[in-house]
Design a binder for this molecule. Structure first.
Ligand code: ACO
Length: 326
């Protein structure tokens, strides 16, 4: 029987660090407010000309190297992003070109902060069905382009970055369970409206959002985040026939350290088993879990044979979890 697992990992983080102290000079906020409400100390910001596809390409290249594979051996590229360079072509097609992965089919997935898990789960199905041998899954965001840098309630939360992995056939274990969900009826809690239609045939163009920036209802999202992530962890463990005691590590989406603590408490999983790196990067949307997973593995925290739960929620609203036997 074929199993799908991780063959290699990579990340790319833009050089520029934006600290809370620098934000104090940009908006009416304080380091103390940001740290105590979110756990964030600093975040990375891509250079003005640096594109999401470039962040994605760097991370993808490292994952290929880590897997010991040539770009020509990749037959599927999926990029999870909500901040693509352009509406089309897709970021995945640009990565295909940049890497010279000429045999790969390529497409993007839009599932906000759950994007990496949605992409991972999709790639797994390609590998299990035999439609792909080696899949490159990348989560990349230049979310700084979607932020109103005068809005203190959102601009302190986010950062740019990318993470990648190669998913391919493994002899046993790998990604052993998946649980994905969507609550489309709660989409208004966080969104970026596209600019009003410029078509002369659209009489209602004034109704569209004027500015393509993130708007969100933070308090409401907080509750939904805690409940949906806890639900996803319970459900995915049930699918894997595992109990919470079997879990060695949880790698959650990094939106707010208080959300992460509340999920741990609700699930009665010790916080020491939850990997947190939000202090360094803020919320990188789809890229958050991929970068956290990389750091957890490369630092030696996650060890071979351990049971790892990945869990996310994001705008859509979308949520999900995977169990990986590392
Ligand atoms: N600095 C100082 N004060 C601020 C700031 C800031 N950066 N931002 C808001 N405030 C003020 C507010 O104006 C408010 O002032 P008021 O009481 O005078 O009206 C006060 O601080 C409290 O604001 P709250 O919104 O009540 O603060 P809360 O404790 O809820 O924390 C936060 C806000 C951090 C946004 C929290 O609600 C949260 O993390 N929510 C979830 C957000 C999230 O996860 N978003 C992304 C999800 S989807 C995805 O990741 C793609």
């Amino acid at each position: 029987m074929v199993h799908a697992g991780f063959l290699g990992l990579g990340i790319y983080l833009p050089q520029k660090k934006l600290t809370n102290f620098e934000l104090e000079k940009m908006v009416d906020t304080t380091d103390e407010w940001i740290r105590s409400r979110t756990g964030i100390v600093e975040r990375r910001i891509a250079a003005p000309g640096e594109k999401t596809s470039e962040l994605a390409t760097h991370a993808g290249r490292e994952a290929l190297k880590d897997a010991g594979l040539d770009a020509k051996s990749i037959d599927l590229i999926i990029v999870a992003t909500i901040s693509p360079d352009s509406n089309f072509p897709s970021v995945a097609c640009k990565v295909q070109k940049n890497l010279g992965a000429t045999r790969a089919i390529a497409f993007d997935i839009s599932a906000a902060c759950s994007g990496f898990l949605y992409a991972l789960t999709t790639a797994k199905q390609y590998v299990l069905s035999g439609m792909a041998q080696n899949a490159l899954v990348i989560a990349a965001e230049k979310i700084s382009t979607l932020i109103d840098w005068k809005d203190r309630s959102t601009c302190v939360l986010f950062g740019d970055g990318a993470g990648a992995c190669v998913i391919g056939p493994v002899k046993k274990d790998g990604i052993i369970a998946d649980y994905m969900l969507a609550y489309g009826d709660q989409g208004d809690l966080m969104r970026v409206d596209v600019e009003g239609s410029r078509s002369p045939f659209d009489p209602d163009k004034e109704q569209f959002g004027k500015l393509p920036f993130v708007v969100m209802q933070g308090k409401e999202l907080f509750k939904v985040a805690v409940n949906s992530m806890a639900e996803a962890v319970e459900a995915v463990l049930a699918k894997a026939n595992l109990s919470k005691k079997d879990v060695d590590w949880v790698v959650p989406h990094q939106a707010n350290d208080r959300i992460i603590s509340a999920v741990a408490k609700k699930l009665e999983i010790p916080k020491e088993k939850i990997f947190v790196n939000i202090d360094k990067y803020g919320n990188m949307s789809a890229a958050s879990i991929s970068v956290a997973l990389y750091e957890a593995v490369k630092s030696g925290a996650i060890k071979k044979g351990q049971t790892v739960v990945l869990v996310a929620f994001g705008a859509g609203l979308v949520a999900g979890a995977n169990v990986v036997k590392w």
